[in-house]
Design a protein around this ligand. Structure first.
Ligand code: SF4
Length: 251
């Protein structure tokens, strides 16, 4: 036992001081895209042609990027001869509405708080049930990692629970396959109101790369009233954590 205590002392406190301080993100990390007004001059359309999901559309030389469909592959930025579109390292991507995920030239992502009475209830304790509705397990893995000691989700009073009856809200990942739709709706109904719905990842938001496939519902928005949208493919754990802290008014 003494050995364990000494080892614990040697290792020290390993949890990151987020949100006061952010840990360094990997070099290849792509965060919030920015489109500088007026820099797209050639109207070559290359960015929209290379986009695998149709997230990036052009009206003349005015691009619009739907973060809810974006896979953050970076192909659009690499293909642009004018460097009109660039990815920053800003991991804070969560929005309150689906419309806010559509970025337009020169317009920043809306990052304000939302005055919702329900959110005040969850400031110190937020229990969530996670449903993978046909996900590839990438978003699920990035949610799981939040419970490790590096992130220590529990210090914010946030916990992923096993039963919807113990939960305050539902975290949905995956494009919502037809096979999972009923299970998802039943899980939602089993959560006592006032309940939250959080869509994590481009699949849960729009169907992602599976959009318009006959076996998917293009995300959970058509089936459930979504309160928070967290884009990414998958979102970085800090992006998910930032979204959850937004609900608690801490981010
Ligand atoms: S980063 Fe997003 S918008 Fe750009 S090409 Fe990839 S999926 Fe399309």
């Amino acid at each position: 036992m003494l050995k364990e205590l000494l080892e614990r002392f040697r290792q020290g406190y390993r949890t990151m001081p987020y949100p006061q301080d952010s840990p360094p993100l990997p070099d290849r990390y792509l965060g919030l895209p920015v489109m500088s007004p007026g820099t797209c001059r050639s109207n070559c359309q290359r960015c929209s042609e290379v986009c695998p999901t149709g997230a990036l559309t052009l009206s003349g030389t005015r691009p619009a990027l739907d973060l809810g469909q974006c896979l953050f592959c970076g192909e659009c930025a690499r293909s642009c001869p004018e460097q009109a579109l660039q990815f920053t390292r800003d991991h804070r991507l969560a929005t309150w509405t689906r419309e806010e995920l559509i970025l337009r030239e020169g317009a920043p992502l809306a990052k304000g708080q939302r005055d919702d009475r329900r959110f005040r209830l969850f400031r110190r304790s937020l229990k969530l049930r996670q449903v993978s509705a046909g996900g590839c397990n990438a978003c699920e893995a990035d949610i799981n990692v939040l419970s490790t000691l590096s992130f220590d989700l529990g210090r914010f009073g946030i916990q992923i629970v096993a039963s919807p009856r113990h939960a305050d809200g539902l975290v949905v990942t995956g494009p919502v396959t037809k096979n999972m739709a009923l299970a998802l709706e039943k899980t939602y109904r089993a959560i006592p109101p006032p309940r939250l719905v959080i869509a994590v990842g481009s699949c849960a938001i729009s169907g992602g790369p599976f959009a318009d496939h006959q076996e998917v519902h293009n995300g959970c928005g058509a089936l459930l009233p979504v309160d928070l949208w967290i884009p990414g493919c998958p979102p970085h754990p800090l992006t998910i954590l930032d979204g959850l802290l937004k609900i608690q008014g801490r981010s």
